[in-house]
Design a protein around this ligand. Structure first.
Ligand SMILES: Nc1nc2c(ncn2[C@@H]2O[C@H](COP(=O)(O)OP(=O)(O)OP(=O)(O)O)[C@@H](O)[C@H]2O)c(=O)[nH]1
Ligand SMILES: C[S@@+](CC[C@H](N)C(=O)[O-])C[C@H]1O[C@@H](n2cnc3c(N)ncnc32)[C@H](O)[C@@H]1O
Ligand code: SF4
Ligand code: SF4
Length: 312
């Protein structure tokens, strides 16, 4: 059976959070002293495997592992190996990249090909001002390593006026030099980012207008449920935009989320998730039908709950 909602959107992607914890403190995502979940609530390895295995029979094709920072979960290798056994058509990872150096072998063993790495600045000082973390060079080394080892890397840069927007062209040149796709993310009004939005939001359109003053940009076709739209610059650099604020993509959304404490969410902006652990297969079917009715057709303007608690 497939998961199709009343607006004919088929759910085929699941974003799976392994933890709400993180080794960075990006200003738009977490406070310095966050209120994390009690670790005893985290789904165990066998619970992830069992929940996901069942969802595969409902037509889920792509699983993206996220968080919080998924690599800080001590059971990361164990969970990934268990998920690998499920033969998921596409298993991928979103990470801040700071701990990748310890994980190459496990990522290869689990046949992870696509890794999205968040990187909001190429300058040490700006990077630290955004993330409260000093070691930009470790992440840059890890990105180079990842490319050398053959992983397909995309960089996610949350672009903010007056904070890191002066690096727009630097990121394009970084993409050229390293042969990596870079995506500029609009700051979304969720959780702690609400405080920054008014002064620091910058739209994808404004960035594109700036880029066009210097580059030849050709739009590329993408899958209809892609979060990003892309351009080729000078026929060699792939640059994308995730414009969730100015050009929301809800009418083609194909994603559900599984939080680290075992709740399924129909939408990143949904306040309420439905607990799924210890629920019988029959009752779960009822939960899925409920969730299909819970995905909004339009984006909520803003929500208070922090992104790291659901899984970004
Ligand atoms: N509004 C909204 N934003 C999303 C959604 N999924 C991802 N995003 C945004 O897109 C950013 C990048 O997501 P990634 O984890 O890199 O994954 P992705 O873009 O969905 O994945 P690929 O297309 O496979 O690269 C997230 O941080 C969010 O800001 C979604 O369902 N809704
Ligand atoms: C929540 S993080 C989780 C995975 C991992 N820790 C990381 O940073 O890649 C996933 C993505 O969400 C983005 N993000 C978090 N809060 C955001 C916001 N308010 N607006 C736009 N993107 C946001 C981050 O930049 C990152 O690319
Ligand atoms: S965006 Fe990712 S790296 Fe930054 S604080 Fe949130 S979870 Fe951590
Ligand atoms: S805001 Fe909700 S419905 Fe819209 S694209 Fe994101 S997850 Fe999907």
């Amino acid at each position: 059976m497939e998961l199709v909602d009343p607006w004919h959107r088929r759910i085929r992607k699941l974003r799976v959070s392994l933890t709400d914890r993180c080794n960075l403190r990006c200003r738009y995502c977490m406070p310095l002293h966050p209120d994390f979940m009690n670790k005893s609530y985290y789904l165990k390895t066998h619970e992830y495997a069992e929940i996901i295995q069942e969802l595969l029979t409902y037509g889920i094709e792509e699983i993206r592992i996220t968080g919080g920072e998924p690599l800080v979960r001590p059971e990361f290798p164990e969970i990934m190996l268990e998920l690998h056994k499920l033969k998921i058509p596409c298993l991928s990872l979103t990470t801040n990249g700071a701990l990748l150096q310890d994980h190459w072998e496990i990522l290869k063993a689990c046949n992870i090909k696509k890794i999205n790495i968040s990187l909001d600045s190429l300058e040490a000082e700006t990077f630290t001002a955004i993330t409260h973390w000093k070691y930009l060079s470790t992440i840059l080394d890890n990105i180079s390593q990842a490319v050398t080892q053959g992983f397909e890397i995309k960089i996610n840069m949350v672009i903010m006026r007056g904070i890191n927007d002066h690096e727009l062209f630097d990121f394009v040149e970084y993409a050229r030099k390293s042969s990596i796709a870079v995506r500029f993310l609009e700051l979304m009004r969720i959780g702690y980012a609400n405080e920054l939005y008014q002064n620091h939001f910058i739209s994808a359109e404004e960035c594109i207008i700036k880029l066009k003053t210097r580059y030849r940009m050709n739009k590329i076709n993408v899958e209809s449920d892609s979060t990003a739209f892309y351009f080729m610059i000078d026929d060699e650099i792939k640059v994308g935009f995730i414009a969730s604020e100015s050009q929301p993509f809800c009418n083609h959304c194909s994603r559900w989320r599984l939080s680290a404490d075992g709740r399924l969410f129909a939408c990143l902006f949904a306040e309420t998730g439905i607990p799924i652990r210890n629920v019988s297969s029959e009752q779960r079917n009822h939960v899925y039908q409920q969730l299909l009715g819970m995905k909004p057709i339009q984006r909520f303007d803003q929500v208070k709950h922090p992104m790291y608690q659901i899984g970004g």
